[in-house]
Design a protein around this ligand. Structure first.
Ligand code: GDP
Ligand code: GDP
Length: 448
């Protein structure tokens, strides 16, 4: 399920403060998107067990009122086009302004829920002053202080009330670590094609399904964010999820990258495995890395496809050197397949499909407790967790949990005393002995 909430509002009302509050303790997945305007940000968070994407649609540098007008339109349009719900932020300290009114006019035309959020309500005087925003005539009004956090819980309750609960699997979920999702019933693998505009996503899709897909994209219409294509060839069956053709409907050239990121996130939400398509000539960009880290955070399988390989002059070690440089950038998660392809020349396209399906298999791999302990206890014996505050740490046994993202619980006498380097050692050892290539895995320590 994909649910996206956009925060809009004129500059300095406190959008990014609220965004950071939503993403608290999850800063690692906040990514900035630079542009001519103030950085836009997106991330993923959860509240009451419901997970959703948050977009801070960004600010714009105050310049001329003309510029304001165009920037506001852009920002609100992104929100209306891409989000499921909109937080329309205004500022109790400055009161209702013409710009707020201009935005309200646009937002009144959407059928998506709009939550008017009066920010900087730090005291009772402000609370009283804030009531003037009722005059904008929206149904949902909230009074918050992003700095102190007061009122944000009610806002989140309301926003998340519209998100449908994920169907719960039969497993006893209370046994799972906080935030871990139970595994899903197996179904047809879903593979998303993501990447920057012009990386070659459409060309790859066409190469895979062997035809131009323009007709399909038109049927898809404007309401769909992603297009699903059933692939059933050479004994392989899966669903391809892409956002390729859709962007052509959008005329906002300068916002292309941002739209493409939002769409990539949506496609990713629906997928088991992401094919991250890079342009070999451009190399890996900051946004590619953002998508990559978000995929890890969301627990999706990943295959990196370096496309347009036909354009690269090749010497003996070109591919090897390229791969090494790429992995340096992807670190610390480097246990990921990298393939050099050409979508237009149809080079290694089928291999890409095979790798994606391999990763799908790895993602669903279950290691029996006996096998896991046989290997991992030996590994732990060889290199024990360092003593912390006089505590000798013993790991007694290991178990794979019934989760959507492969997760391993290590039962130990001092779960809180095991530090990141040792955690990383365990992850690397799990990867060295069992095949989880292309798949993020989670390591938990539990008291025993
Ligand atoms: P944006 O441009 O809408 O993203 O606004 P920012 O999040 O950058 O905030 C603009 C300014 O308002 C900053 O100086 C914040 O510290 C301040 N601010 C944000 N939220 C609050 C709040 O709840 N109360 C007060 N008093 N100031 C706030
Ligand atoms: P998208 O925006 O990611 O869907 O990218 P497109 O598939 O529309 O491709 C953008 C441009 O790159 C087009 O002109 C393609 O012909 C070109 N292109 C795509 N894949 C390759 C490739 O493997 N080699 C070369 N030389 N050009 C490619």
């Amino acid at each position: 399920m994909s649910y996206t909430v956009a925060i809009v509002g004129r500059p300095n009302v406190g959008k990014s403060t609220l965004f950071n509050r939503f993403l608290e303790e999850r800063k690692a997945i906040v990514d900035d998107i630079s542009g001519v305007t103030r950085d836009r940000q997106y991330g993923v968070t959860d509240w009451n067990g419901k997970s959703f994407n948050v977009i801070d649609t960004g600010g714009f540098v105050p310049d001329s009122s003309d510029m304001f007008e165009t920037e506001i339109r852009k920002q609100v349009k992104i929100a209306i086009d891409e989000a499921n719900a909109i937080i329309f932020m205004v500022d109790a300290a400055t009161g209702l302004t013409d710009l707020d009114d201009a935005m309200a006019d646009m937002l009144r035309r959407t059928t998506k829920p709009v939550y008017v959020t009066v920010n900087k309500v730090d005291n009772s005087t402000r609370a009283l002053e804030g009531t003037e925003f009722y005059s904008m005539g929206f149904e949902h009004n909230f009074f918050i202080s992003s700095i102190s956090g007061s009122g944000t819980g009610e806002l989140l309750d309301a926003v998340t009330a519209d998100i449908k609960e994920e169907p719960k699997a039969a497993t006893a979920t209370e046994e799972l670590p906080e935030g871990a999702e139970p595994e899903e019933a197996p179904s047809i693998p879903k593979i998303a094609i993501v990447g920057q505009p012009n990386a070659g996503k459409s060309s790859l899709l066409n190469a895979m399904i062997g035809q131009e897909r323009t007709i399909v994209s038109e049927i898809a219409g404007t309401t769909r964010d992603t297009i699903h294509t059933h692939y059933n060839m050479f004994q392989k069956e899966f669903m391809l999820i892409d956002t390729a053709g859709i962007r052509r409907k959008n005329k906002e050239k300068d916002d292309l990258e941002f739209y493409s990121v939002i769409r990539a996130i949506k496609a990713m939400d629906e997928a088991d495995v992401c094919l991250l398509v890079l342009d070999a000539e451009k190399g890996v960009t900051a946004q590619d890395l953002s998508i990559f880290s978000l995929a890890i955070r969301k627990g999706k399988g990943i295959v990196v496809l370096v496309n347009k390989w036909d354009l690269i002059p090749k010497e003996t070690n070109t591919a090897r050197d390229y791969e090494k440089k790429l992995k340096d950038k992807l670190a610390p998660f480097t246990d990921v397949p990298i393939l050099f392809i050409s979508a237009t020349e149809k080079t290694r396209i089928f291999k890409a499909i095979e790798l994606a399906l391999d990763v799908y298999e790895n993602k669903h791999r279950k290691i029996t407790t006996s096998k896991l302990n046989e290997i991992m206890l030996k590994v732990i014996e060889k290199y024990q967790a360092p003593v912390v505050r006089g505590h000798v740490i013993k790991i007694k046994f290991v178990q794979q949990l019934p989760t959507r993202v492969p997760s391993f619980a290590f039962f130990t006498n001092f779960p809180d005393d095991i530090k990141t380097p040792y955690r990383n050692y365990l992850e690397n050892q799990v990867r060295a002995h069992f095949k989880f290539t292309g798949v993020p895995i989670r390591i938990y320590f539990r008291k025993k």
